[in-house]
Ligand binder design. Structure first.
Ligand code: ATP
Ligand code: MG
Length: 335
């Protein structure tokens, strides 16, 4: 099956999924699934660029599949699978690590953020992560990738690889893939620090609302969320100077499917305690049902495994046909 509009996107099984993953990625997957041919994968090989407990990895992988389905992704129409089960991703990643330049990787901000001051001690995989991500996308000749704002630079890197490969080997095999970054939740920030991205890997659980949180946990986390002493901002200009207020208003906007301007208008001048109560009700209303569905699906592991198995078989057919073309173009013999 060939489609001119094809999506690939992935989520790491690196921890519990949070509101940022939902608003920046999964919610958009749901809205795009009927317009595009979609490959949604659990990128377990990306997750192991930092330590993962082997006893928990398979379960975390199933949890991401469960979250896709619980959020409204149709497991029959779309291809859902785990990255490590399709070996063509890593085969293409090696080839791309021979195409990408060190200078390109040295500029990647995700690596700088994740490695911090410990650069010499992090894994080589964390550094070359974007070459595997480019392979995940281009092994399916995906034309579009819905992601959060933090992945924009990796998408530019993917385009650079596609372009250099096409130029070097005088082919037009790879598309110049476009990111799809839309909605008001493209960069949900930590509830503890409005200048830091909400992440699975943040050590503080109070920094993020998880899809699996109970209403009580949501109440506590929003209550403790950092704010400033002023009433809610009157306009966007004022809001953008107040990161914590802006973040909570963006979450309010994204969950209500309204613009940030309308969210600011609706709440202007309110005190934070009233706004936090309204926001809590909204988060509970939208997130609790997803959490419950995830839990229920996790009780049926054979169903989740069968979804991944079917997905893997379909993905392998597509990936292998592209890898054959790549080998051919490069002059490698694929027996
Ligand atoms: P980790 O901290 O392990 O990198 P993560 O929370 O960043 O985990 P990923 O699996 O790396 O999650 O990302 C999955 C998808 O969620 C990507 O499309 C990414 O852009 C998006 N995403 C992650 N965090 C946020 C966020 N805070 N706001 C919006 N989108 C996000
Ligand atoms: Mg991430």
């Amino acid at each position: 099956m060939k489609s001119s509009k094809r999506i690939l996107s992935g989520i790491q099984p690196s921890g519990d999924l949070h509101l940022g993953n939902y608003l920046g990625a999964i919610k958009n997957f749901v809205s795009l699934q009927h317009e595009y041919e979609c490959f949604f994968c659990v990128v377990d090989l990306h997750a192991i660029t930092v330590w993962q407990d082997p006893q928990k990895l398979a379960q975390k992988t199933r949890e991401v599949i469960a979250a896709f389905i619980a959020s409204g992704i149709d497991s029959k129409k779309n291809i859902l699978f785990s990255q490590s089960q399709v070996p063509q991703h890593t085969q293409l990643a090696w080839i791309f690590s021979c195409v990408a330049r060190m200078g390109w990787l040295n500029r990647m901000t995700q690596f700088k953020d994740k490695a911090g001051k410990d650069r010499e001690n992090v894994s080589v995989g964390l550094f070359s992560y974007p070459t595997l991500m480019a392979a995940d996308i281009l092994i399916y000749l995906a034309t579009h990738v819905p992601v959060g704002e933090d992945q924009k630079q990796h998408l530019e890197f993917t385009r650079d690889i596609a372009q250099k490969f096409n130029n070097d080997f005088k082919t037009n095999l790879f598309p110049l893939t476009e990111p799809l970054i839309f909605g008001e939740g493209t960069r949900v920030m930590s509830l503890r620090d409005g200048t830091k991205k909400m992440s699975k890997s943040d050590i503080s659980e109070y920094s993020r609302i998880m899809l699996s949180d109970s209403p009580d946990q949501i109440v506590q986390k929003i209550k403790k969320a950092k704010t400033d002493p002023l009433p809610l901002p009157a306009d966007k200009k004022e809001a953008s100077k107040r990161p914590e207020a802006f973040n909570l208003l963006s979450i309010f906007a994204a969950l209500n499917d309204i613009s940030i301007n309308d969210a600011i208008k609706q709440n202007a001048g309110q005190d934070f305690s009233t706004f936090k109560k309204n926001l809590t009700d909204l988060v509970v209303e939208k997130i609790e049902p997803i959490g419950k569905k995830i839990k229920k699906l996790m009780g049926d592991q054979s169903f989740l495994d069968s979804v991944m198995n079917t997905g893997k078989d379909k993905a392998i057919v597509e990936a292998d046909s592209v890898l054959t073309k790549v080998y051919d173009v490069i002059g490698l013999k694929k027996l």
